[in-house]
Design a protein around this ligand. Structure first.
Ligand SMILES: Cc1cc2nc3c(=O)[nH]c(=O)nc-3n(C[C@H](O)[C@H](O)[C@H](O)COP(=O)(O)OP(=O)(O)OC[C@H]3O[C@@H](n4cnc5c(N)ncnc54)[C@H](O)[C@@H]3O)c2cc1C
Length: 409
């Protein structure tokens, strides 16, 4: 293959485009250019090497009612999108089968094993080695009972290559001056990290892509065919030997045009960000488990993220979700703007929570990389290395059978 069109300029598409161009393939990236539309814009920035267990498990199903939005939790469904949510949910329940969940865990473990390494290599190669902060992350609890339960659960959980230990009293004390309700206990993970800024990382990768000769075309792909030909909504029809579909939660519609089922749902998450805050630069991403809020300090501000709302990727935000998030921040007493930057975006989620990465069996000119759900920032660098190896017909660094989209028929 001498040239390729990459559809989608989120973190996955951007990282793949960079690695493809670097591998000597003339690469054109096509994206509408609205940064805030992508899930890659407003996420928590966490490099979650520890998340080797897919979310499709019976224990998560059993926990779901207690986490529902109606009861003050983060989990909700857009009933107006029931036509998309219900078929997805039925496949999700099938993926909870213990055998399927074990296969998912094996697949994610392989992909996540060297995810910090892949990020370091990507940061180095885009000449931004300080993009990655390898300082782990914290899960914290504000009550003794929550801490006891959370710690017990942490002991039972498979965290892949990541390890954890209890926070020392000095480490816990760092939260005292920045919160009215600081944690009573917490654990610090090693082998995980964060990026300095999610959009900053995406910008750096795209700039490096252009610097090595890559081309970015602003536009939305309307049609793709099984020869890899593409037509934009504008009528333009850029040409290349192959195409990579990396359009996040919007990839399903493009795959359908190729006769391939890709049952993606928009697993919508919410964030708010404040320029005013007291969060120290070196305090890692912290998950307040009982409050369903994650705080991440970025160069662009302090961000709090929450919510899982299944529905259409394009639906407008639900103001109640931002209000819930802001209430939680208030309860914890973290200094934050009273008019934060509110954002909503769709995690691209397949029913088994395992991404789709590979070459389409029925149309070998079509490669795909989407469905990274909660871990697209985490896995974009490793995914890009895999896509480049497929494109140059080199053996992939891991066994890719579990990632084939054909598993959905
Ligand atoms: C609140 C929240 C917190 C999160 N926290 C984390 C985290 O801490 N760590 C982590 O690893 N992950 C996290 N995620 C998940 C992560 O953000 C996503 O998995 C990741 O951004 C997906 O990247 P992507 O490139 O596949 O898709 P996107 O970032 O959504 O990008 C897709 C791009 O394709 C474009 N596109 C769509 N259709 C077309 C078309 N027809 N033609 C051309 N372009 C098109 C879109 O405009 C968009 O720019 C979080 C997500 C949310 C919502």
């Amino acid at each position: 293959m001498k040239s390729i069109l990459v559809i989608g300029g989120g973190l996955v598409g951007a990282a793949c485009a960079f690695r493809l161009q670097q591998a000597g393939i003339r690469t054109i990236l096509i994206d509408p250019g609205d940064k805030r539309r992508a899930a890659s814009y407003g996420n928590a920035g966490h490099i979650g090497a520890e998340q080797v267990s897919p979310w499709a498990t019976w224990s998560n199903v059993l926990r779901a009612p207690a986490s529902s939005f109606a009861l003050g939790g983060p989990l909700d469904f857009r009933w107006s999108d029931a036509g998309q949510v219900l078929p997805w949910a039925s496949r999700f329940l099938r993926a909870c089968d213990p055998g399927a969940a074990a296969r998912g865990r094996a697949a994610l473990s392989a992909l996540l094993f060297d995810t910090m390494g892949a990020w370091r290599r990507l940061a180095r190669d885009v000449s931004a080695p300080d993009l990655v902060l390898p300082h782990g992350h914290v899960t914290a609890w504000t009550s003794a009972r929550g801490a006891e339960r959370g710690r017990r659960s942490a002991e039972r959980t498979n965290w892949g290559a990541a390890t954890w230990r209890d926070l020392s009293s000095d480490e816990l004390a760092r939260y005292g001056p920045i919160m009215k309700r600081p944690p009573r206990a917490g654990i610090l993970f090693s082998g995980t990290g964060q990026v300095r800024d999610p959009q900053g990382a995406r910008d750096a990768i795209l700039a490096a892509f252009v610097a090595i000769g890559g081309e970015i075309v602003a536009g939305k792909v309307a049609r793709v065919d099984d020869g890899g030909a593409v037509a934009l909504e504008s009528g333009a029809a850029p040409r290349a030997d192959a195409v990579l579909i990396a359009a996040g939660a919007w990839s399903g519609a493009l795959m359908r045009q190729l006769g391939q089922a890709a049952p993606l749902i928009g697993e919508r998450g919410y964030s708010v960000q404040s320029l005013q805050h007291d969060w120290p630069e070196d305090l890692p991403t912290t998950v307040f488990e009982q409050h369903f809020v994650v705080f991440s300090r970025f160069t662009s501000g302090l961000r709090a993220t929450s919510c899982i709302e299944f529905g259409s990727p394009d639906a407008p935000g639900d103001t109640r979700k931002w209000r819930l998030l802001e209430r939680r921040i208030g309860e914890l007493g973290v200094r934050f703007s009273s008019t934060p930057d509110r954002w909503v975006g769709p995690r691209p989620t397949l029913p088994d929570y395992v991404p789709a990465i590979g070459r389409l069996a029925r149309a070998p000119n079509v490669l795909y990389a989407f469905g990274h759900a909660h871990l697209g920032l985490t896995m974009c660098a490793a995914t890009a290395e895999i896509i480049a190896s497929i494109a140059v017909e080199r053996e992939a660094p891991i066994d890719l059978r579990a990632f084939e989209i054909e598993r959905f028929g």
